[in-house]
Design a binder for this molecule. Structure first.
Ligand code: UT7
Length: 328
């Protein structure tokens, strides 16, 4: 009997503090209308606690999920954390999260593929389930984007927010779960979206701090052009490969970077915005957390057997699509 990897539970955590467009208007030369029209973002959440990072948010999301599913942390065999803002360069945030939630039987590691991190992690995790070696895996996307955002830059500070989302992955023999996935990358896109310093090329120094090289650097229009094309291409590819028509699709779960990119993807798929999980207006781009955060907010509307297409695009460039038959 074929084993597929099924999402059997979802949960999320968002910090309490709301950074609104109105608050940003007070400090930068921007306005609510520009931000809403160009990106579709009204507010984002910020983790204000200086001593808390991505592991804290990931652990909050994971603990809620375990409680909801009545599962002991001791039953978790593997934790994969998708993040571009790990607590530290090492150890892996996944190891810290395992300790925080008491998952002492689990091994774990981090996956970093910018905004595609969660989908890359979910695809990786699915192989451990499909091979029959693992039965309970937590895949968590968590990013404290406020730790790498330059709040004096109007081009990037309006876009990002902090959040975490977690999914439980278990085996299914019911012909549901992750049915298909296709991941892509093109490293020649590095120059358009990256954090210059903090790695081995430009280690932290006085100069790197003064030159603001530890923040997000982005050529917005160049990234936008690629994102529009590639998210739509990969969504269409998922539909064609799996012989799905627009009517067959229950929901599109897109990475939330810009409302216009999402609309273009829905348009190519021939589906209305009523079938699109869209919460960018309340959270902005939460990088690795966007997809599990959407799934959590739409969980009540999902039915067993629903066809869901996931799409993502991020720095690298990295992008990907996934076809899921919802399992509960
Ligand atoms: O998740 C990872 C993937 N990331 C993305 O997919 C992001 C993709 N890029 C985008 O979403 C868009 O490029 C942005 C939302 C970042 C920018 O929108 P845009 O329509 O591409 O604007 P632009 O960068 O071409 O800027 C147009 C104008 C410029 O002014 P001039 O040179 O025409 O006078 C900018 O300086 O808008 C100006 N501008 C702003 N004005 C008011 C840029 N940011 C702002 C701002 N408020 N916040």
């Amino acid at each position: 009997m074929k084993i597929t990897a099924a999402i059997t539970g979802v949960s999320a955590y968002v910090p309490d503090y709301i950074l609104s467009n109105e608050e940003i208007e007070n400090t930068l030369d921007t306005n609510n209308e520009w931000i809403m029209t160009r990106c579709g973002i009204s507010e984002r959440r910020i983790l204000k606690d200086k001593d808390k990072g991505s592991a804290f948010m990931a652990a909050e999301a994971a603990q809620k999920l375990l409680a909801k599913k009545f599962i002991s942390p001791l039953d978790i065999e593997l934790i994969i954390v998708a993040t571009v803002t790990p607590d530290h360069p090492y150890p892996a945030t996944a190891n810290i999260v395992a300790d925080m939630i008491g998952a002492t039987n689990a091994w774990g590691f981090d996956v970093q593929a910018a905004c595609s991190s969660f989908m890359y992690a979910l695809n990786t995790a699915s192989k451990f389930i499909e091979s029959g070696t693992h039965k309970k895996i937590l895949v968590i996307g968590s990013d404290k984007m406020s730790s790498v955002v330059d709040y004096t830059c109007r081009k990037t500070s309006i876009l990002f927010g902090d959040a975490a989302g977690a999914v439980l992955l278990e085996p299914s023999t019911d012909e549901n779960g992750i049915m298909d996935a296709r991941m892509y990358s093109d490293g020649s896109g590095k120059k358009y979206l990256y954090q210059p310093a903090g790695g081995s090329i430009i280690p932290a120094s006085l100069d790197s701090v003064v030159n603001k090289q530890h923040f997000i650097h982005m050529d917005g229009p160049a990234v936008f052009k690629m994102a529009v094309a590639k998210m739509a291409d990969v969504a269409e590819e998922m539909m064609l490969r799996n012989e799905l028509s627009s009517e067959d699709i229950a929901f599109l779960t897109p990475h939330q970077a810009n409302k216009r990119i999402i609309e273009a993807t829905a348009n190519r798929m021939g589906i209305g915005m009523d079938k699109v999980m869209l919460n960018i207006q309340r959270y902005g781009n939460t990088t690795s957390a966007t997809i599990p955060l959407c799934l959590t907010e739409w969980e009540d509307q999902l039915k067993k057997g629903d066809n869901i297409i996931l799409t993502t695009f991020g720095a690298g460039f990295t992008w990907g699509g996934m076809y899921i038959k919802w399992s509960y």
